[in-house]
Design a protein around this ligand. Structure first.
Ligand code: ZN
Length: 373
């Protein structure tokens, strides 16, 4: 007993003298990046918890592009009014650095608009882009460009695309732009009048388009929700590749860019308790992760972050599973509150090690790219 106490005391003294001075309850406030990033690529796998990643890994020959990341952290995903967040509050935490209520699109708990990192990047002269496999007015992309008290205000969110100078956006939801129910406006033609080159899946496939890199560009991939990848959706990888090369060369000033790409339907597979849906969407998203890492490796000035807003389904890989075949289990058809992995590569990546609030991702991105109020 005495010896244990003495040992503990000695250990505490040694640890105290060695470690305490460096330990801070909020390390992100004190850290500075080793090297400043010029570009940020934020890749959000909606509903992509550790089990979703694990299932993708074991279903794909035990290898994922995600394994290339040198820095891994975990974030706490809860929102201001619920331990289990939704995608709106989750994305608002990344975009604005605030905890807000479930359903809020870049507004605080009083429904007041808060500037997003995409808007801040625009104001500082960076090129900006959004790519999603949902509608482009869905909660995750919306939280970077729009402000709405409810995530379901899709037409209001579409109109907010006119309030920024976003350089490129690609995703579904054409009907919220050109055949609106709440007013007679046509946001599609209003964007064209503002100088955007607009196109959509009904006119021409994205890969067949000869995109003018000097003009702002919007492309709508579906009238409403795009298809799941296993039913033929084929644009996430080419759209993301286009976004990276477009944003990299779009501005003559070459001040850098902010790009958010969302693999939205990993979440929808979780809601449907459909492991094949989850796995096919994770693997589609992982290809984009590989392309972003290739870009950053070559460019050397790009910070790449991969994370999720939350886990969906309480997904488990049950006994009896093999590398070839997962035996899935689910505890819910909604989101869960598990800690969420964060992967980082490039200048400032070291800021993303550790365990922190989801809002810290916003702070760390701003630190890495050198944004100051
Ligand atoms: Zn969801």
């Amino acid at each position: 007993m005495f010896r244990n106490t003495a040992c503990s005391l000695l250990l505490a003294l040694i640890l105290g003298s060695c470690i305490t001075p460096d330990v801070s309850p909020s390390p992100s406030h004190n850290l500075q990046p080793n090297r400043k990033a010029k570009n940020i690529i934020l890749l959000i796998g909606d509903g992509m918890g550790l089990t979703q990643i694990t299932a993708g890994l074991y279903s794909y020959n035990n290898q994922l592009e995600l394994e290339r990341f040198p820095v891994i952290g975990l974030h706490k995903s809860y929102s201001s009014d619920n331990l289990v967040t939704d995608s709106a509050a989750g994305a608002t935490a990344f975009a604005c650095g605030i905890k807000t209520y479930n359903g809020a699109i870049a507004v605080d708990s009083d429904s007041l608009a808060v500037q997003t990192i995409l808007e801040e990047a625009e104001s500082k002269g960076l090129a900006t882009g959004l790519v999603a496999t949902s509608t482009i007015v869905h909660a995750t992309p919306a939280s970077f460009i729009a402000h709405a008290s409810k995530r379901s205000y899709y037409e209001e969110i579409a109109a907010d695309f006119l309030d920024t100078e976003i350089d490129l956006f690609i995703g579904g939801g054409k009907k919220y732009f050109d055949r609106r129910e709440t007013d007679d406006r046509n946001i599609y033609t209003e964007l064209e009048a503002k100088g955007y080159i607009m196109s959509d899946y009904f006119q021409q496939k994205l890969i067949d388009l000869d995109v003018d890199y000097t003009k702002n560009f919007g492309y709508l991939t579906a009238d409403n929700d795009p298809l799941p990848v296993r039913q033929g959706r084929d644009y996430l990888q080419p759209a993301s590749a286009l976004a990276m090369s477009f944003l990299d060369t779009h501005d003559a000033e070459n001040k850098g860019f902010f790009l958010m790409v969302e693999g939205a339907q990993i979440d929808w597979g979780g809601h449907a308790n459909d492991s094949d849906y989850i796995i096919t969407e994770v693997l589609d998203f992982d290809k984009v992760i590989g392309d972003a890492l290739d870009f950053a490796q070559k460019d050397r000035e790009t910070l790449v972050i991969v994370t999720a807003d939350h886990e969906t389904g309480g997904f488990a890989i049950n006994p009896g599973s093999t590398m070839e075949k997962i035996e899935p289990g689910f505890t819910s058809d909604y989101h869960t509150a598990a800690l969420i992995p964060v992967f980082a590569y490039g200048p400032g990546a070291e800021l993303f090690a550790g365990i922190y609030e989801n809002t810290a991702i916003h702070n760390k991105m701003r630190l890495a790219i050198g944004f100051k109020k």
